[in-house]
Design a protein around this ligand. Sequence first.
Ligand SMILES: Cc1ncc(COP(=O)(O)O)c(C=O)c1O
Length: 396
Amino acid sequence: MANGTPEIQYYEHELNIRRVIEQSDLQGLDQALIICDLSSLERKLRLWQKLLPRIKPHYAVKCNDNPVLVKFLADLGAGFDCASKNELKLVLGFGVSPERIIFAHPCRPASHLKYAKEQEVVNGTVDNEFEVYKLSQHFPNSNLIVRFKSEAKKALCPLGEKYGCDAEADAPALMILSKALGLKVTGTSFHVGSGCSEMEAYDRAVEKAENIFRFGELIGHNMNLLDVGGGFPGIDDELFEEIAVAVNTSVQLRFPDERVKVIAEPGRFFVEAAYTLVCKIHAKREVRNENGRLEKLMYYLNDGIYGVFAAMFYYPEELTPVLYLDDVESRPKFKSVMWGPSCDALDKISDNWLLPNLNCGDLLGFRNMGAYTVPIASPFNGFDVPETRYFLAKRL
Ligand SMILES: Cc1ncc(COP(=O)(O)O)c(C=O)c1O
């Protein structure tokens, strides 16, 4: 990366991970490697625009704050959901205008609010009366977006215990309080939970949003922004299509007035599929029982749960390694335990994979590692967070 600008390598048609690996000196590299396909982000944005034309996506920066990805999405015209001063700085630094940003954290430190005020990022979420008072003190001219709780029955990571007020009891009270303090409520938001797989969740939430809009208008707020949050899948485009139909139908039914601006805060949707992590086995042990029979094989990879696999704790999706070997199917399989590189015994990636007998230096690929991975990863125990290399299709 020269002068903060990454080197981007171009490919024809499809990114061939195996070829990238063959052309990279991974044996000479002790760190794991992330292969980032920027074109995947562009494809996702086009898919979103095709299936949800009324809803403007505001990429949730928390999901992956890699500046290269953020700039790429900024240049494509996406909006942004920022949760902190530093995320705001990052996005504004790429020339994104404040109107393209929602400060979507309902509990913000005063200094972050001060920065948002200086930068004129006026749209921000709120879900309790203490924050309403805080806003009246630190950012009274902002637009308050009341975040309410409405959770999917099935989601990888529910968020409702931490954020979102009760739509029936608390939201009207917050709007009355705001009115009394001379503050503007201009919209409402929700998040059904990250990795949502319950279609009906969106309509349940949009119905509550409609009631909040009605109440807000009744007491004189100028309600004009509906934020349908996140929850959109990162790798299952068919599920996304079904969700898009459900969201469109609900929004058109309950918010037919096109003057209401509708936005969303997808994170996982944009970036999950863009990353492939390539790890190398750097050590190996055989575990035998008292009769000397092989019980299992243990491998030590150059990334683990304190690194990019940190997301496994938060979003326990099934991981399937890709082996870059020619005759994988025909080889006998053994119970295999995968450890991360640190000295910590909790640093275990899996203990139940069936794999052929692998060797030190063999490589394992993990697809779809772009969401909630690198921003959480740490160089714990002195093991570096993987380097990222960027690829882009010559023409989509
Ligand atoms: C406020 C907010 N918006 C958006 C997102 C991104 O949602 P998702 O992971 O479903 O894409 C999150 C994730 O937790 C969030 O907390």
